[in-house]
Design a protein around this ligand. Sequence first.
Ligand SMILES: [Zn+2]
Length: 484
Amino acid sequence: MQTLQSRNASEIWSYFSSICAIPHPSKHEEKLKQWIINWAKKRDINCVEDEVGNLILKKSASIGSEHKTPVILQAHLDMVPQKNNLTQHDFLIDPIQPIIKGEWLHANNTTLGADNGIGMASCLAILADNTLEHGPLEILLTTDEETGMTGAFGLKKDALQGTILINTDSEQEGELYVGCAGGINVNVNINYEKMEAEPSHNAYEILLTGLKGGHSGCDINLGRANAIKELISVLNNLESIPFHLASLQGGSLRNAIPREASAIIVCDKIHQNSIETLIGTLNQQLLKKYKNIEDSLLLQITSRSLPCAILTNTSQKNLLDCLLKCENGIVSMDNNFSNVVQSSSNLGVLVQNRKSLRFEIQVLVRSQIEEEKQQIAERISQHFQAHLGTVRKDGNYPGWKPNIDSKIYKIMEEKYIELFETKPKTMVIHAGLECGLFSKKYPHLDMISFGPTIKYPHSPDEKVHIGSVDKYWKLLTETLKAIA
Ligand SMILES: [Zn+2]
């Protein structure tokens, strides 16, 4: 870190180094908050903590800029605590150890917290630097973004006066974010009835593995296979063989595209050869369908011992039918931005609860457009209800609808071209940002999100590109100067 402090964005590196030294995983930001409160006190910077634990710091305009539009600069206080299995690290006590490797800054086999620590460091650097030119400033540091956005959810409607908000939580230099998706969870329970399997029958496990999976929002447009949906369509293609379903499961997280799914089926011994051949053919068909996307895909069949129970025919038909027809993947594309998904749904988890005799299904619906999100969630709910499912919706959070007339966007784009002689990319992220919640509470806020390049956030491989932090700092300070 010493060597970084001689660079352009030297103040950012100095504050980032302090932030790394103070543990601040989500829901344990107290020590870092106290450090910031004390730091502000020493500098006579107004700093208050609101009821939910967000910090709001204020800085008056630089001399001659008092008339300028007031700006809110925002970052989140918490970081995701992830380490490699063999790494000894207590995120509540141990400091993060940043290491320079070439053009990148890493941590020592843990997350680095550049997400959103660099943004936070830049906020402090702006507060501390009295040579900068800017209008009235409010710094909003939210609590607990990573595990529920409780800070953004709890922010009061009258806490801020600024009319422009700059969010620093994006992760690719050269991209300016002007919108994000909101989300809603659809939770479904489908009861089933069971019966005994024929003792003379054979049992097989059909397993679909090797899929890429990925983020159910950001990666939904990559054409990847959903393991649950593909396994259901495999079972649907076995119709020439009368089989009974004994178990079915797939996926592990609602917000991840399922990478694996498995079923145990039971059928007469005479079908052994044909079922094995058919699975081989279906494996080839899937590889062909997902050529160059899912080349490690593997559909396998193996013998298993006979299970004690199978689903009744009615329950089996009902379950397979409703999963087959459940809306999944991209639902609509944005008309104003090319290649931007507007709405999507992800059938993320399917669990069989043998005690309660039911299947539990988790779907995540995302959209930039609130009404569309509600409509899709309702359509999926009604679909499952028509198959005797009970449905509960929760985890609703709003999106941020892109505003093509955004002033802050125009200023930042102009500054970017002026500074770096190339146009920045305009982006809308198909995932949640705190901006969605801010836009609900402060509908008139003109917002933008940007940041330095951070790779593999939320994983022990997290790293930030050092040169991109210089560019980030230049763009940020020049933008604040340019806002009229
Ligand atoms: Zn973040």
